[in-house]
Design a protein around this ligand. Structure first.
Ligand SMILES: [Zn+2]
Length: 310
C-alpha cells in the first residue's frame, strides 16, 4: 500500500510530466474509480475536458492537481467565484498513476485514462483492487495554513509532517489533550496525516517510545523526538524513491519503487534490535501489528490498551 513517501514520488513524477498540459479528454473505464465524484463519470470527464493541469500538491496520502481554465461541466455546487477546482487522487491499496506513450497497450486494470491535447504521453489510473479513487472537487481555504487551498473533501485532514503547514506546537497541544496511545495518535488523520503503520513503528523505534504510551503524559521533548523520527524515516524512504512493500505499487513511470535501506522495526519479529540485540516483539494492534524492541521501548506502566491484548 503506498504511504506518504510513495505518494510524494508519484506527485513529483506528475509535476514533471503533466504540469501545464491541457486535457483533450478523460475516459472512465470503471465507475468505481470515480465513485466519490457524486455527479458521476460523465460529469467527471466533462469537468476535466479543456482544463490545464497545474502543479500537483499533496497532503498525507492525498494528492491533487489544481485545474486552470473553464470547467466543461455545470457550475459547481458552491457557485462561481470560488478558488477553483482540482482533480483529487487517492491511490488506495493498489492504485498507480502511469505516464507513457498514448498508443501503448491498455493495462488489464486500467480504470481512467486522460489524454492531452498535445498528443504526448497520456496519464492512466490503473487500480487492481479499486480501493483508490479520482474525483474533481472544489478547492477551499486550508484550515492549517493561511495561504493554501485544499480540496473540500480533505479539509478536515491535518497537515503532514513534511509540509510547511505542519505546526509542531499545535500537534503537541492536541496530543496532550487526547486520551489515547501515541501510535493510535500518529495514525489519527485529524492530528497528523500521512503516517501509516510502517512509518509509525519505525518512528517510535527511533524515538525509543512504546506504541501504547499515553499521549497525555508525553513531554514536549518526546513529541519532538517522535516527529523528527517520523520526518527522518519518511525522508530516507523518499530519498530512495519510496518504499515498495507491495509489488503492485509502481511509480509514475511504471518502475517499481525500491527501498534499499532495511527497516529497523517493522516486519522484524524475533530479529535482533539493531541497537541492543534484543529480539523485536510483535503485538496485535488494531487488527494489524506493532513491532518494537522490548528493551529500547519498554511498555509504559500505564499503557493505553486499544485494540490489543497486551
Ligand atoms: Zn533495542
Amino acid at each position: 500500500m503506498p504511504e506518504l513517501p510513495e505518494v510524494e514520488v508519484v506527485r513529483r513524477g506528475l509535476e514533471r510530466w503533466t504540469t501545464g498540459r491541457t486535457i483533450a479528454c478523460a475516459e472512465v473505464l470503471h465507475p468505481r474509480s470515480v465513485r466519490r465524484h457524486e455527479a458521476g463519470p460523465a460529469d467527471f470527464a466533462a469537468r476535466l475536458k479543456g482544463r490545464t493541469m497545474l502543479t500537483p500538491r499533496r497532503r498525507g496520502k492525498y494528492m491533487w492537481i489544481p485545474l486552470d481554465g473553464e470547467s466543461g461541466g455545470p457550475p459547481p455546487r458552491n457557485g462561481s467565484g470560488g478558488p477553483g477546482e482540482a482533480m483529487l487522487a487517492h491511490l488506495g491499496m493498489s492504485g498507480q498513476l502511469l505516464v507513457g506513450e498514448p498508443d501503448r497497450e491498455r493495462e488489464k486494470h486500467l480504470r481512467v485514462r486522460i489524454v492531452f491535447d498535445d498528443g504526448g504521453h497520456d496519464l492512466r489510473f490503473v487500480d487492481q483492487r479499486t480501493f483508490g479513487h479520482l474525483m474533481v472537487t472544489d478547492l477551499v481555504p486550508d484550515a492549517f495554513s493561511a495561504e493554501a487551498l485544499v480540496p473540500e473533501p480533505i479539509v478536515h485532514i491535518a497537515a503532514d509532517p513534511l509540509e510547511d503547514a505542519f505546526d509542531a506546537e499545535t500537534f503537541f497541544r492536541a496530543l496532550r489533550r487526547r486520551r489515547t496511545g501515541i501510535k493510535r495518535a500518529l495514525l489519527d488523520q485529524s492530528l497528523i496525516s500521512g503516517v501509516g503503520n510502517i512509518y509509525a513503528d519505525e518512528a517510535l523505534w527511533r524515538a525509543r517510545l512504546h506504541w501504547a504510551r499515553p499521549t497525555d503524559t508525553m513531554t514536549r521533548a518526546e513529541a519532538t523526538r517522535v516527529l523528527e523520527a517520523a520526518r527522518d524515516v519518511m525522508g530516507a524512504a523518499l530519498a530512495v524513491g519510496g518504499t515498495s512493500f507491495d509489488s503492485l505499487y509502481v511509480n509514475v513511470n511504471g518502475e517499481s519503487g525500491y527501498f534499499e535501506r532495511s527497516l529497523d522495526a517493522y516486519g522484524r519479529r524475533d530479529e535482533p534490535c539493531r541497537r541492543c540485540g534484543t529480539p523485536i516483539r510483535r503485538d496485535e494492534f488494531m487488527n494489524r501489528s506493532s513491532y518494537s524492541c522490548p528493551v529500547c521501548q519498554p511498555r509504559p506502566r500505564r499503557a493505553r490498551h486499544q485494540g490489543s491484548g497486551t
